[in-house]
Design a protein around this ligand. Structure first.
Ligand code: 8X3
Length: 252
């Protein structure tokens, strides 16, 4: 049986790194993709059969080089996890910093499209491709101060749904995963531009926010089901988060 290759973007930390670990354990050869080489190297060193490729999903040249690299590997690219993404800023629309909005669109939306376009021929060739799009509950609800991120994630959701329609009849399923509150090392810190206090407040009083491994488990489940089973969208929240604005917090 040919080596089953899984490509994970944004693999240097958080959900991406956890997903790379989990897919490695599930028997894929993981190609971990991100911009930060040292973090990728450290990750790959702990895995069984993984390798890394330094790439920036916002760069055409970088993603073309990734596709070329994958072509040269011995194996079938069966799985693409479009995980690279993130949020910056919590301003209202009125006070929006357009550079932040631009970044969020570039990484979350255009990054996903760029990598997907580049890898579609390989996924097709495998005969049993899966594209996972890491969206968010922000892909279908909005909240004050989240305009740039929710707009980008809504767009990502639209891309996932469009892609599923357009790929109908081809051997590629499209899975959208929408996590709610997940505590990772970087997500909230990046959103609040390094303000650790604001980042910590996101999870304050929440006994058990989701962790990256929870989402990695979801990715692995959807990607290892029999190939005719397509989980269109998985919405995953911690028990304490009944809805975007309904979070159970306990303060001593
Ligand atoms: C993360 C979920 O609530 O910060 O994608 O938008 S939220």
């Amino acid at each position: 049986m040919p080596t089953r290759i899984a490509v994970v973007t944004g693999a240097s930390s958080g959900i991406g790194a956890a997903t790379a670990r989990r897919l490695d354990a599930a028997g894929f050869h993981v190609v971990a993709v991100a911009r930060r080489a040292e973090k990728l190297d450290a990750l790959v060193a702990e895995l069984k059969t993984a390798s890394s490729f330094v790439a920036d999903v916002t760069s055409d040249a970088s993603v073309a080089a990734l596709a070329e690299h994958l072509e040269s590997l011995d194996g079938e690219v069966e799985l693409l996890v479009n995980n690279a993404g993130g949020a910056i800023g919590a301003e209202t629309v009125e006070d929006a910093d357009l550079a932040d909005w631009q970044w969020m669109f570039d990484v979350n939306v255009l990054g996903t499209i760029r990598v997907t376009k580049a890898l579609l021929p390989l996924l097709d060739r495998s005969g049993r491709g899966t594209i996972v799009i890491m969206s968010s509950t922000a892909g279908f609800v909005v909240y004050e101060g989240g305009g740039g991120y929710t707009a980008a994630k809504h767009a990502e959701t639209a891309v996932a749904e469009t892609l599923r329609l357009e790929l109908s009849g081809r051997p590629i399923r499209v899975v959208e995963i929408c996590p709610g509150m997940v505590r990772t090392d970087e997500f909230a810190l990046k959103r609040y531009e390094g303000d650790a206090e604001k980042a910590a407040a996101v999870y304050a009083g929440v006994a058990e926010p989701l962790v990256a491994e929870d989402i990695a488990e979801c990715v692995t489940w959807t990607a290892t089901l029999p190939h005719h089973v397509n989980i269109d969208r998985l919405v995953v929240r911690p028990l304490a988060q009944a809805a975007q604005h309904k979070v159970h917090r306990v303060f001593e």
